[in-house]
Design a protein around this ligand. Structure first.
Ligand code: GLV
Length: 328
């Protein structure tokens, strides 16, 4: 008797940890091994004939990709965000889409806080100063920054990562405000947070940290008008998605000295072009989209993505599914 045909799966990059080894014992696996993502045309060729796709946030999974992959029946994104995926198009084709919430919450919150502290206390500038041989004496006026303790943090979004940042902020003696579609009275009581409207958050926060998914409602949430309404000298921390901030307006506000600075793990576009005006500004701290990048967390994300994919290929609801209505 012929052995059962194993599903064909494409993974668009090498992933850390054991997960791909485990996946390989269940499916016929093809891994794109290059450092850079497959170019669009190549990706459209690679998905032809596959049953499952493990995608990254650098891969656009949209109508044309689905059309190029008539046998595709499972998509699993190695990220909590899934704005790279046209979920309605997948749902219309009855393709479950998985994501990786939860496992990256604390790691991402750690990094948002690292950016906040690094920006406020000018850590990258200090390091560059020492390396450039400029450290000649202790000086009472050298590299003065902003205090974190006692400052007001405004959180945009109070999901899992926003909440984890709020816990850190309370530990550092900050006052914490938030805006969210949903009131979270239990968290307000537990952590001493205050839900406010957008105008109050903008006017009162010394730091604004973004923790919302990118969608039509949140695109340019922090635009020219909002930046103008921020407290003079306030700072922006973005670990969500680049387009949640109007980057041209941000550059303008920073260049005019209205803001104290910005720390960005995400930009628009990514990667940020090396000639971006952002990179000419001293009070900007930029990282290459690494908030969830710890060894342990990236391994867990890969493992969760494999679990999601295998479940969907077997016709089960993925443990973390963004279109669960397919299984209702
Ligand atoms: C990373 O940005 C993610 O969405 O997991």
């Amino acid at each position: 008797m012929a052995p059962p045909v194993r599903p064909r799966v494409l993974v668009t990059r090498q992933l850390p940890g054991e997960a791909l080894g485990r996946l390989g014992s269940h499916v016929e696996l093809r891994v794109w091994e290059e450092e850079l993502p497959p170019p669009r045309e190549t990706l459209l060729e690679l998905v032809r004939g596959v049953d499952g796709l493990i995608s990254l946030l650098t891969d656009r999974v949209d109508g044309p990709l689905l059309a190029a992959a008539p046998s595709l029946r499972a998509v699993s994104n190695v990220a909590v965000g899934y704005d790279n995926i046209d979920v309605s198009a997948c749902t219309a084709r009855r393709i479950p889409v998985g994501n990786t919430p939860g496992v990256l919450t604390e790691t991402s919150a750690d990094f948002a806080f690292a950016l906040l502290m690094g920006l406020a206390r000018r850590v990258a500038e200090a390091d560059a100063y020492v390396r450039a041989g400029q450290w000649r004496t202790w000086s009472p006026t050298l590299l003065l920054g902003s205090d974190i303790h006692g400052a007001t943090l405004g959180l945009v979004g109070l999901g899992q990562i926003g909440t984890a940042v709020a816990r850190r902020a309370r530990g550092f003696g900050m006052r914490v405000l938030y805006v969210s579609r949903h009131a979270r009275p239990e968290l307000e009581a537990e952590l001493g947070l205050r839900r406010v409207d957008k105008a109050t958050l903008l006017a009162e926060s010394d730091f604004i940290s973004l923790h919302v998914p990118l969608n039509a409602e949140t695109r340019h949430w922090l635009g020219r008008a909002e930046l103008a309404a921020m407290k003079p000298g306030a700072m922006v921390i973005n670990t969500a998605r680049g387009p949640v901030v109007d980057q041209a307006a941000l550059v303008e506000a920073l260049s005019q000295g209205k803001l104290g600075g910005a720390a960005l793990d995400v930009t628009d576009p990514e990667p940020l072009p090396v000639d971006s005006p952002l990179l000419k500004l001293p009070n900007v701290l930029i990282a290459p989209h690494i908030a969830s990048a710890s060894h342990a967390t990236r391994g867990r994300m890969a493992s969760m993505a494999v679990d999601n994919l295998l479940a969907a290929l077997e016709g089960r609801r993925p443990p973390h599914c963004v279109n669960p209505e397919l299984f209702a």
